[in-house]
Design a protein around this ligand. Structure first.
Ligand code: AMP
Length: 396
């Protein structure tokens, strides 16, 4: 079976077509600048194709990607009917979705109903679902939620210490994100360690432009650093992560800003970018540190300190730890950050093998042999996880 994975943003549509017989990627690509001027990057193992087709909306982007998949020169299928199913990344499933689900009208309405919890993400996700329905009405579609994996968190982890009415009336609670990634790397970790996932205590660090740590006990998420929205927790590329909530009205008053403007700044002008003044990309930050830039150094120190802090907190919450997992853009590539984080963890028996830490590209342990708490680097693969879930739901 061939499965098309779709990740729809407000002005972009990422896709991947997988052959589930061997889980190989037949083609992947990105339609971006939807509603602006339209740009397509389409890749197959044989090479890359780029174009600037007209893409006034997501339905048009869907046409563009289907044309690319079917094209005589750079296509990979002969007929749309070769696509057996479509798996969609959906950011917020609220408390409604505890697992992936076959999409029907009721599910669509439920995704819409929780959209106020993720106003930037769920509406484009729904647009993608509707565009697929328009182009391939008979192909089953599955929703895979970023929040679903975390629905196993106990109340003590997901409740904020607010007036309980805030939870009762408005569902204000910790939901957590990156669930598909945390779930995938935890399964990989069990394989790598040669132990059943059902016996492991893991701290999974998804460190990308957005970043979160997840405490995974016996294969289930028991806590995670992102909250009601993806703004809470670690300091990120442009997001502040945890701050004293009283800072918001303080900035509003001092700078004459609205709450929405402050939250926008916390999302887009804070984190590594705000602290360093250099940027949000860790390669640029490391280069700046090499030239003696003190603010860039502080930014990286804040990042590593907070990651280590969450790992320590989750080791305590789970009453132990078998492994730390590093994944995503920074976790998979930045050996300096991994080393900096792990320095804080020496007390729990963590030590890094410098030679292993300098390698890249495959799932591996970077610990010294025999260490009680292993440190693993595992490339994430959210698309594969979405495709696997989609296949599993169709087969059920
Ligand atoms: P992601 O959101 O997972 O795609 O991660 C993107 C981020 O990973 C970028 O903004 C960079 O900060 C970081 N990154 C990517 N490649 C490298 C690299 N080779 N070294 C250090 N950081 C990297």
């Amino acid at each position: 079976m061939k499965i098309l994975v779709i990740n729809c943003g407000s002005s972009s549509l990422k896709y991947q077509l997988l052959n589930m017989a061997d889980e190989s990627v037949l083609a992947k690509g990105l339609c971006e600048r939807i509603g602006i001027d339209g740009r397509l990057v389409h890749e197959r193992p044989q090479g890359k194709y780029e174009a600037s087709p007209n893409m006034p909306d997501h339905a048009a982007a869907m046409s563009v990607l289907l044309d690319a998949l079917l094209d005589a020169n750079h296509g990979v299928i002969k007929c749309k009917s070769e696509i057996g199913a479509i798996g969609h990344r959906v950011v917020h499933g609220g408390e409604t979705f505890t697992a992936s689900v076959l999409i029907n009208d009721t599910v669509e309405a439920a995704i819409e109903a929780v959209s106020d919890l993720a106003p930037l993400h769920n509406p484009p996700n729904l647009t993608g679902i509707r565009a697929c329905k328009q182009h391939m009405p008979n192909v089953p579609q599955v929703g895979v939620f970023d929040t679903a994996f975390h629905q196993t968190m106990p109340a003590k982890a997901y409740l904020y210490a607010l007036d309980y009415d805030m939870y009762d009336k408005h569902k204000i609670r910790r939901y957590g994100f990156h669930g598909t990634s945390h779930k995938y790397v935890s399964q990989q970790a069990a394989e790598l360690l040669g132990r059943p996932l059902s016996e492991l205590k893991l701290a999974s660090c998804h460190l990308g432009n957005g970043a979160s740590v997840c405490a995974i006990k016996n294969g289930e998420s028991v806590d995670t650093s992102m909250g009601l929205t993806p703004l809470e927790g670690l300091a990120m590329g442009t997001r502040s992560g945890d701050i004293d909530p009283a800072i918001i009205p303080f900035i509003m008053e001092k700078e004459g800003l609205t709450a929405a403007q402050v939250v926008d700044a916390l999302n887009k002008k804070s984190g590594m970018l705000g602290l360093s003044g250099v940027g949000s990309d860790f390669r640029d930050l490391s280069a700046a540190v090499d030239t003696g830039n003190e603010r860039a150094k502080n930014a990286l120190d804040v990042f590593a300190y907070r990651v280590a802090g969450y790992i320590g907190r989750y080791a305590a919450c789970m009453n132990g730890l078998d492994a730390v997992i590093f994944t995503a853009g920074i976790g998979e590539n930045d050996s300096g950050i991994r080393a900096k984080v792990c320095e804080y963890l020496e007390w729990m028996g963590v030590s890094i093998n410098a030679d292993a830490n300098s390698k890249r590209g495959k799932a591996m342990s970077i610990s010294n042999t025999g260490d009680k708490v292993q440190v693993l680097v595992i490339p994430t693969n959210e698309e594969l996880m979405i495709a696997r879930d989609t296949k599993k739901i169709l087969e059920a």
